[in-house]
Design a protein around this ligand. Structure first.
Ligand SMILES: Cc1cc2nc3c(=O)[nH]c(=O)nc-3n(C[C@H](O)[C@H](O)[C@H](O)COP(=O)(O)OP(=O)(O)OC[C@H]3O[C@@H](n4cnc5c(N)ncnc54)[C@H](O)[C@@H]3O)c2cc1C
Length: 469
């Protein structure tokens, strides 16, 4: 057996972890030449790099930001590890959980990240018990008992179920590739239910989301089951552990601006003028950011169309540290679901059970509206809304972070979301190989969700490359 094949077998059987340090003949020498160039050091890019390095290939990992992790970022402040991006590691995340075990990173429960149990509707604070008969509940009679936070899943769960999540692109489901709003209107769902669902939808809006995509995500959630966890000490520890073995391969602050390919190589140019040459290239940047990169290569019109038109959701967050003297009775009612710019509020308590940290998490249209303002204007709106609904917190919070994923140059959104018509037209082209260009990232893998799909895609793209080198 050829030495590389043996190494390949070893790497695959050990899930490539701990196999670093294996050397093999390099395709070419020189700091700017590699067997494989990988663009983006998020979960997908880091996974690809580890896999290929373990096979003895020369890898160059180019990351635009000064930090690694992309849409995973933990803020460590006031004794709390707060996630700004990827948070929940589902029970079905087989590969991520295996990696965590091998990297010696224990998982812990999400703690106070519980379901919202108090609501602010039309400015009025309402408990879950009060909701069915509350004057602000103007849902249709058959909907009245459903909490605002549950309406979306309740309504979706009455709809069709795919036999398997990846059936969503089948021709027979094409009639579902319409807006979720249009679909719900066909089901006679009340205008007030539509309004409430839109207030915190995990998408741009009901109008901009394909119903086929919504049913796909529901089927993934059904498979995923309950009991999500996170990495003890924050999910960034997972990223750092992956990156620690890639010190030579990883180059941060490398903003890729153009990619070209010829019969024998791929050339990647960065904003600082540096150029890298590889035999093949794995592109993991979200299409929302890739849109800004000039691809001079001959790629299919369908792929170009997908890169240009892929939509990403807006998520904006404001993080607050709570000063010690805050009224402890607040803890009981801090997981709040609102129909206003405060979005949903999640609380975190310290080991003594004291309220320490609040995150206001705003989705969709409300996030889009805040994203048009300056950071200080957006933060003030959210802070004022927080203090209005929790008067006891006035003067007792400190804003520690503001995050607009849509305004981040190298993300331009939180997650991929397919618009009406796009499930049939874009999904089949997201992961297609284009000559020497391979594509990975959460937007290219449709058997898993979020972080797990990024990891699986990174492994898949690395395998595609290694089979062709
Ligand atoms: C708010 C939020 C909450 C989330 N919650 C969850 C959750 O609970 N559970 C879950 O499973 N998932 C969740 N996710 C999704 C999960 O975080 C992502 O699916 C995953 O991290 C994506 O990894 P990736 O490698 O595909 O992309 P990214 O992490 O985006 O990595 C791509 C990398 O490419 C880089 N890049 C972009 N453009 C260029 C360029 N021109 N040149 C060089 N580099 C470039 C970027 O800087 C980035 O580092 C959440 C995401 C967000 C934003």
């Amino acid at each position: 057996m050829h030495r590389r094949q043996i190494i390949k077998g070893l790497a695959a059987s050990s899930l490539m972890l701990g196999a670093g340090g294996i050397s093999a003949p390099l395709w070419a020498s020189g700091r700017h030449r590699a067997d494989v160039i990988i663009i983006g050091a998020g979960l997908a890019g880091l996974t690809s790099a580890r896999y290929l390095k373990a096979q003895g290939l020369k890898v160059l990992l180019l990351e635009a930001r000064k930090r690694v992790g992309g849409r995973i970022q933990t803020i460590n402040t006031h004794g709390i590890h707060a996630e700004v991006g990827g948070l929940q590691i589902g029970q079905g995340y087989g590969l991520m959980r295996t990696f965590a075990q091998q990297l010696d990173l224990p998982l812990v429960s999400l703690g106070q990240y519980a379901e919202q149990n108090t609501f602010v509707i039309n400015g009025q604070r309402i408990s879950a018990d009060e909701w069915p008969t509350h004057p602000q509940n103007s849902l249709a009679a058959s909907e009245k008992n459903t909490l605002p936070s549950r309406l979306y899943y309740q309504m979706l769960s009455k709809g069709p179920q795919y036999a398997l999540p990846w059936d969503w692109t089948l021709e027979k489901y094409a009639p579902l590739d319409i807006s979720l709003e249009a679909y719900f209107k066909q089901q006679n769902i009340s205008p007030e239910a539509l309004r409430l669902m839109d207030a915190n939808i995990n998408a741009l809006s009901l109008k901009e989301l394909s119903a086929a995509d919504a049913f796909y995500r529901l089927s993934l959630a059904r498979i995923g089951g309950r009991g999500a966890q996170k990495i003890k000490g924050g999910n960034s520890r997972f990223i750092q552990a992956l990156a620690d073995d890639l010190t030579e391969e990883l180059h941060t602050a490398k903003i890729v601006t153009s990619i070209s390919q010829s019969s024998d190589k791929v050339a990647v140019r960065c904003e600082d003028g540096s150029e890298y040459i590889g035999k093949r290239c794995i592109i993991t940047s979200p299409f929302s950011a890739l849109k800004d990169v000039e691809i001079k290569a001959d790629i299919s019109p369908q792929k170009r169309h997908a890169i240009q038109h892929a939509q990403y959701t807006s998520v904006t967050q404001v993080h607050f540290a709570v000063k010690k003297q805050a009224d402890v009775s607040m803890v009981q009612a801090t997981n709040l679901w609102t129909d206003n710019a405060l979005g949903r509020v999640f609380s975190q308590v310290d080991d003594a059970g004291e309220l320490r940290y609040l995150t206001s998490w705003i989705n969709g249209r409300q996030a889009k509206a805040l994203d048009r303002l300056s950071t200080s204007e957006a933060v003030n709106i959210v802070k004022n809304a927080l203090e209005k609904h929790y008067p006891g917190l006035k003067g007792k919070t400190e804003v520690v972070h503001h995050q607009s994923w849509a305004n981040e140059r190298f993300s331009k959104g939180a997650y991929i979301q397919f618009a009406p018509g796009q499930v049939q037209t874009l999904v089949p082209h997201m992961a297609s190989i284009e000559g020497k260009l391979h594509f990975a990232g959460e937007h290219t893998e449709f058997m898993y969700s979020g972080m797990e799909s990024a990891i699986v895609s990174g492994q898949r793209a690395a395998q595609e490359v290694s089979e062709r080198l």
